[in-house]
Design a binder for this molecule. Sequence first.
Ligand SMILES: Cc1cc2nc3c(=O)[nH]c(=O)nc-3n(C[C@H](O)[C@H](O)[C@H](O)COP(=O)(O)OP(=O)(O)OC[C@H]3O[C@@H](n4cnc5c(N)ncnc54)[C@H](O)[C@@H]3O)c2cc1C
Length: 360
Amino acid sequence: MTIFTFTVVFTTKYPMDKFDAIIIGAGTAGLSAGIALQKAGKNYVILDRKKEIGLPVRSTGALTTHWAKKLGMPMDKEIVTSPVKNVSFRTDTGKKISLRYDEPVGLIYDFTKYEKFLADKYAGHLNYRLETNVTSVDGSIVHTDDGDMQADLVIYASGPQSAFGPRLKKTEVLVAYEEIREVKQKDDYEMILWFTKETPGGYIWNFADSESTRKIGVCYYPLSGIQPKVVLDNFTSRNRELDGNMLHSMAHQIPLAAPVETVIRGNSLYVGDMVNAVLNTTAGGLQGAFWTGKIAGEAVVAGDLTVYQRKWDSEIRPWLLKHHNLHRRLHKKGPKSIGRIMTLAKFMPLSTKRRMFGGL
Ligand SMILES: Cc1cc2nc3c(=O)[nH]c(=O)nc-3n(C[C@H](O)[C@H](O)[C@H](O)COP(=O)(O)OP(=O)(O)OC[C@H]3O[C@@H](n4cnc5c(N)ncnc54)[C@H](O)[C@@H]3O)c2cc1C
């Protein structure tokens, strides 16, 4: 057999899979992009190295109903563990604002069920392959530890500190750690955010996740070198009502850098945490991930990638930038600066306060 015939036999036996688009990452951003491609009947695949959709848990899953409705994010009962009915902001310098709402102002997803819903129900069963680690990309060829694939376009949705994105500095990323603890029934459904000296750039959160459990977590710039669990335990030892048996914990990172300027490069589109689509004031990234994924997917369907860049420039980036700059001001002098805003808020009409603190 000549070399030529050998090559023909080899490539016929193992033809390279070809797609209109390959999405790297099956988190909120990648799944949202997949939904747009699925709806348009495109030939795409979502690749992720994880074993199961929704695991490991990467998020508390808190979202305002304002953003869920605005972006068409799912609000189905089967994926929501609890509503958020009230919100409260507190500092360790003794400042406090508590707001009550007539209707739930937010919701908490069961994160695993939420991602599974996006992957298998929202637009039908998406085409995803798990346990597939993308090792590198050369133009239209995507190399994985399970072989090579080819695509006209690649959507990068591989999350914070990914090998395909920039390495963020300590002042551009929050470490985040959360525990679900069994605590005596306390069905206030109040989201409480504490701004403390131990959590520069971030805060401590605490709210009822069910009638017998609470999610308690911390996020902050990792400048002190103190482990998040230690920060959390120090806090709960001062707030004994939060002491309880730990059922689950999770840790990850949240980008808090300014939103990037360019979201498309050649045949590549970048979405979600990769482009810092995180609302810096709350460190919430689900809306930004869903929104950027959706618009990037729609741009691919339209056959015009600039649709995504234009929407990013005109709406998404200015929204993120506003929160980025506000966050810098809020945290300039730690809890003191936040305390000052809270004092000012006392003089605001209730409707303004409710909108300002509940619509994030
Ligand atoms: C502790 C914590 C609590 C949070 N709480 C909230 C909250 O309450 N509300 C909110 O709005 N936001 C919250 N966030 C932020 C929010 O979770 C993220 O902004 C959002 O999940 C980002 O989605 P993404 O799709 O961009 O990235 P990810 O969800 O991180 O998805 C990236 C995916 O890419 C895959 N991947 C990476 N590299 C590769 C590779 N080489 N090959 C194959 N697959 C790869 C990963 O396995 C992963 O599944 C929280 C974050 C943390 C860490």
